[in-house]
Design a binder for this molecule. Structure first.
Ligand code: SF4
Ligand code: SF4
Length: 255
């Protein structure tokens, strides 16, 4: 069932009109997604509740969906057209702004598609992003797509807090919690930031200089994103730290 679901997700991504930008000559937003499975019983979900990680407000899969068995986590890598457009320094490219904004609409549809596929097999599924309990307070949410992806084996964190996958960091994440006992994906890393080389390229590319050797200043990044919203309403994005860097579209530690 899992392989068939993965094929259907890939087909949906390849063929959905929402994955193409009307205003930009039908430019494709995302390439084929990476899909991984985390066990709902993984002990790392409890670890996320620690204050220095996400905090006690972060809900576990079981708290979102009673009887949860697995979490389907996926990464949607931006296409080369979207990525290369944002490699210059300074303000975000038009293509990146559209990819980020319209891309999230596609991501929403993909979550619904996965829920529909699971439910049509008689099982239950829930995307925290859709749930009325989902909230973000002071830039911290009670469900982190990136942390779910880390637990599911999709990749590791980086100096700028992006998650670096085998297809890089330039893209978007999503997840659906299900009561199906899928085979889990092994985590092939030991360290939380194993794929980041600490090369510092993202520090140099960040317009408000929000990234230092010590990590990312979330407030400085958010303030810059607010400015981008003022300039580009309803779109807002930056992504300079995810493009033009060695981790843009691959794990930089691989040759
Ligand atoms: S640019 Fe270098 S330091 Fe920054 S996240 Fe990527 S690999 Fe890490
Ligand atoms: S998104 Fe932009 S402002 Fe925020 S850390 Fe990355 S480069 Fe800096």
């Amino acid at each position: 069932m899992l392989n068939l679901l993965k094929e259907k997700i890939a087909d949906f991504t390849e063929n959905s009109q929402e994955n193409f930008l009307d205003d930009l000559d039908m430019m494709q937003i995302y390439d084929k997604p990476l899909i991984s499975i985390a066990a709902a019983s993984d002990l790392l979900w409890e670890k996320l509740k620690e204050p220095q990680v996400m905090g006690p407000q972060h809900l576990s899969p079981e708290e979102w969906l009673a009887g949860a068995k697995s979490v389907i986590s996926y990464f949607l890598p931006f296409t080369e057209d979207i990525r290369t457009s944002n490699r210059s320094k300074g303000l975000p490219s038009k293509e990146w702004l559209f990819g980020r904004y319209e891309g999230e609409m596609f991501n929403t549809s993909l979550r619904s598609f996965i829920i529909g596929e699971i439910e049509s097999s008689g099982a239950r599924a829930l995307a925290p992003f859709f749930d009325k309990r989902f909230e973000i307070a002071n830039h911290v949410s009670n469900w982190s797509e990136r942390h779910a992806a880390f637990i599911a084996g999709l990749g590791t964190f980086s100096l700028n807090d992006s998650l670096i996958t085998t297809s890089g960091a330039a893209g978007r994440f999503g997840s659906v919690i299900v009561d199906v006992d899928f085979e889990t994906t092994p985590r092939i890393y030991n360290e939380i930031d194993e794929y980041c080389t600490k090369c510092g390229e993202c520090m140099d590319r960040c317009p408000p200089r929000a990234i230092t050797e010590n990590g990312k200043d979330n407030n400085a990044c958010s303030k810059f994103l607010d400015k981008m919203l003022e300039l580009n309403k309803p779109r807002y994005a930056c992504g300079k730290c995810q493009t033009g860097a060695p981790c843009e579209h691959k794990n930089p530690k691989t040759i």
